[in-house]
Design a binder for this molecule. Structure first.
Ligand SMILES: Cc1cc2nc3c(=O)[nH]c(=O)nc-3n(C[C@H](O)[C@H](O)[C@H](O)COP(=O)(O)O)c2cc1C
Length: 155
């Protein structure tokens, strides 16, 4: 199963088109701007206990734990993934705690894809999302990773 976390607020925007042209398979799409998910507030609940003190991520945690491929797709906003998408990603801290603090076995996600679309084109413009993706790939034990970047989308 492939899960796409789409960080674009535009339902049929260029990020959605890039997702469609990159993926050949069926996928579950989670649109970050449709979700009512709070950013991690570092309460440290998950340092001791599994899950999170909040239940707004339960569905996303469930599909992530079952997927074989995770796709992070976003427009570039000031050199970063969009903030709503990043809020969701901060909630993956529970998995970080599980793996590195509580040292409890974690599910693996074999494949990941980073798709970023951007209005302009300039050197190192995708370094922010790439840095985030490196952490996710380490966290989920990803073995196969590809990047898809689309530039000059505002022209
Ligand atoms: C708040 C905001 C910040 C943006 N920041 C950047 C940026 O840092 N670099 C860039 O090249 N384009 C930037 N853009 C342009 C978007 O990345 C671009 O229009 C994107 O492809 C839109 O994707 P969408 O149609 O899926 O929403 C920004 C757009 C917005 C609205």
């Amino acid at each position: 199963m492939t899960v796409v976390l789409n960080g674009s607020p535009n339902k049929d925007g260029v990020t959605k088109k890039a997702i469609e042209s990159t993926l050949k398979e069926e996928y579950i799409e989670i649109r970050a701007y449709q979700e009512k998910v709070k950013a991690c507030d570092d309460c440290k609940y998950c340092n001791k206990l599994p899950g999170c003190k909040w239940d707004d991520m339960d569905y996303i945690y469930d599909v992530l734990s079952k997927c074989d491929k995770l796709v992070i797709a976003s427009p570039l906003y000031f050199g970063a993934l969009s903030s709503k998408l990043h809020d969701i990603i901060t909630r993956f801290q529970t998995f970080y705690s599980q793996k590195y603090y509580r040292k409890v076995d974690m599910f693996q996600i074999k494949e990941s894809v980073l798709i970023v679309t951007a209005g302009g084109k300039y050197p190192d413009m995708f370094n922010g999302p790439i840095a985030t993706m490196k952490i996710l790939n380490m966290l989920f034990g990803v073995e196969k990773y590809i990047e898809v970047f689309e530039t000059n989308t505002d022209e």
